[in-house]
Design a binder for this molecule. Structure first.
Ligand code: PLP
Length: 423
C-alpha cells in the first residue's frame, strides 16, 4: 500500500481532532492580531516571534511621526526616556513580578555580565559560578569572559550535567546560573525548588528566561528569585534584536553594584557630574541610551498580552506539544525520529526537539513547504509552538508535511543540503 493511502485515514482523524481543539481554544482569536504570511505554519516563535500588527503600526509611527517630525523633543513629548521602565513593567506582569523590579535594556549576554559580576561581589569568600554543561553557549561564554577579567580567584566557572546540579550546590558556589527552559530539549527546571535549595546553601540564583517569558506562567516573586534575564524577540514578539530585560528582586537593590555604570543608571544623568552615583532602584541596571525604535516596537508588541492569562497560554502550550507528539506516534513518525524533549508535558517547554541524521535537510524541506522550523547542530530539528498564533490545524499540517518529507526522502535532494550562515 502506498504511504499516502496508509496515512490518509490516521491523518483524517488528526485533522478532525484539530478542528475540535481549535473550536474550543480560548486563545484562538489572538492569531488575528499577527501579520503572518498566508498559508504559513510558523513554528519558530521560540527563535523569532511573529510580527504583531500593532507593532508594525508603531514602527511606522515612531519613525515617521516621532523621529521624523518631533525629533529630539520626543524624549519628553513621547516619553522615550521612560521606555525602559514602562516596557519593563509590562514584562513584569507576565513573569510574576511586583512593580519596581523589572527593566528593559541591552541583550541577555550584556545583562548577564552585569548580574554575574554584581552577584559575585555580593558573595565574599566564594568564587564558583555553577552552571549546566548544555546551557545556552552565550551564558557560559559570558562567565568565561568574567573569569578572564577578574581572575580565577574571583570567578571560576564550573559546569555539570543537569542531574548533578543539586548535588553540586555547596558553600563554594557563589552563583547558580541556570536557563529555566533548555533551548535544545525544552526541559523545564523547577524554579521554585532549585531556588530554595540554592538559598539553603547561601547561593544566589540567576535565571535565564529566554524560552520561558511569554509562554510559561512564571511567578518570580513567589519563587523568591534573586535575579533574572530574558529576551523579548522570542515568545514576546518584540522583533529581531529587540532589547532584553532584567529582574532584580527588591531586597537586593540597595546593595547591588553592577559594573557597566553608564549615565542612564546615574541618579541624575542630566546633571552631567563627573562622579558616578547609581540610582537607588532597578534603573541602576541601565547603561547607555536605550534603543528607542526597537523598544517602541516592543512596547506595542506587548499590548497583545494585555488581557491574556499566562496560565491559559501555558496550558495551550502543553496541549499543542502533546497534540504534536501524539500525532507523531499516530503517523508512526516516532520510530523515525528520536524525540529528545521530555515525554511528560509538565516538564516540557513550548517546543519539540527531534533528532535525525538528516534533520538539517528535513528542516529545509519543511521550510520549502511553508512550515517554518529551525535546526540546532549537530542533528536537532526544533519545532516551537507559540500559543498565541499557532493553531491545532497548523500542527496537523506540520505533521502531514513532516510525514511526506520522511516518506519521499525529499531531504536527500541537494537543494536542502546547503548550509546557510544562520540555522
Ligand atoms: C536566545 C537565547 C539567548 C540570547 O542571548 P542574546 O544576548 O539576547 O543574544 C541567551 N540565552 C538563552 C538561553 C537563549 O535561548
Amino acid at each position: 500500500m502506498a504511504y499516502q493511502d496508509m496515512i490518509s485515514t490516521p491523518f483524517a482523524v488528526i485533522k478532525k481532532q484539530a478542528e475540535i481543539l481549535d473550536e474550543n481554544d480560548t486563545l484562538q482569536t489572538y492569531k488575528r492580531l499577527f501579520a503572518l504570511p498566508e498559508n504559513c505554519v510558523y513554528l519558530d516563535g521560540n527563535s523569532l516571534g511573529a510580527l504583531p500588527i500593532c507593532a508594525k503600526q508603531r514602527a511606522i509611527d515612531v519613525v515617521e511621526q516621532q523621529w521624523g517630525r518631533d525629533l529630539i523633543t520626543s524624549w519628553n513629548k513621547h516619553q522615550w526616556i521612560d521606555l525602559p521602565t514602562k516596557v519593563g513593567e509590562k514584562i513584569a506582569r507576565l513573569i510574576g513580578a511586583a512593580k519596581g523590579q523589572t527593566i528593559c535594556c541591552d541583550s541577555i549576554s550584556v545583562n548577564l555580565f552585569k548580574l554575574v559580576c554584581a552577584a559575585l561581589a555580593m558573595q565574599p569568600g566564594r568564587n564558583v559560578v555553577l552552571s549546566q554543561t548544555d546551557n545556552f553557549p552565550t551564558d557560559l561564554y559570558m562567565v568565561q569572559g568574567i573569569e578572564q577579567l577578574l581572575g580565577q580567584q574571583c570567578c571560576t566557572l564550573k559546569t555539570v550535567p543537569a542531574d548533578e546540579l543539586v548535588s553540586g550546590l555547596n558553600e563554594d558556589v557563589a552563583v547558580l546560573l541556570l536557563t529555566q527552559v533548555n533551548y535544545r530539549t525544552g526541559y523545564i527546571h523547577d524554579m521554585e525548588k532549585i531556588t530554595k535549595l540554592a538559598h539553603e546553601k547561601g547561593i544566589i540564583v540567576i535565571w535565564d528566561l529566554a524560552h520561558s517569558a511569554g509562554v510559561l506562567d512564571l511567578k518570580l516573586d513567589q519563587c523568591a528569585v534573586d535575579f533574572a534575564v530574558g529576551c523579548t524577540y522570542k515568545y514576546l514578539n518584540g522583533g529581531p534584536g529587540a532589547p532584553g530585560f532584567m529582574y532584580v528582586a527588591k531586597r537586593h537593590q540597595p546593595v547591588l553594584k553592577q559594573p557597566l555604570s553608564g549615565w542612564m543608571g546615574h541618579s541624575n544623568p542630566f546633571e552631567f557630574t563627573a562622579e558616578f552615583v547609581a540610582k537607588n532602584n532597578v534603573e541602576q541596571c541601565l547603561t547607555g541610551t536605550p534603543t528607542i525604535i526597537s523598544m517602541s516596537i516592543l512596547d506595542a508588541a506587548l499590548d497583545v498580552f494585555d488581557e491574556v492569562s499566562m496560565l491559559e497560554v501555558a496550558k495551550k502550550s502543553q496541549k499543542l506539544t502533546d497534540f504534536f507528539m501524539t500525532g507523531m506516534s499516530t503517523l508512526k513518525l516516532d520510530s523515525i525520529f528520536e524525540c529528545i524533549s521530555p515525554q511528560k508535558s509538565a516538564h516540557r517547554g513550548s517546543q519539540v526537539a527531534l533528532n535525525h541524521p538528516y534533520s538539517y535537510a528535513i528542516c529545509q524541506a519543511l521550510i520549502a513547504q511553508n512550515v517554518i522550523a529551525d535546526f540546532r547542530a549537530p542533528d536537532t530539528l526544533r519545532l516551537g509552538f507559540a500559543p498565541l498564533y499557532v493553531s491545532y490545524a497548523d500542527v496537523a499540517t506540520a505533521l502531514l508535511k513532516l510525514a511526506e518529507i520522511v516518506q519521499t526522502k525529499a531531504y536527500l535532494r541537494a537543494e536542502f543540503n546547503q548550509q546557510s550562515k544562520v540555522t
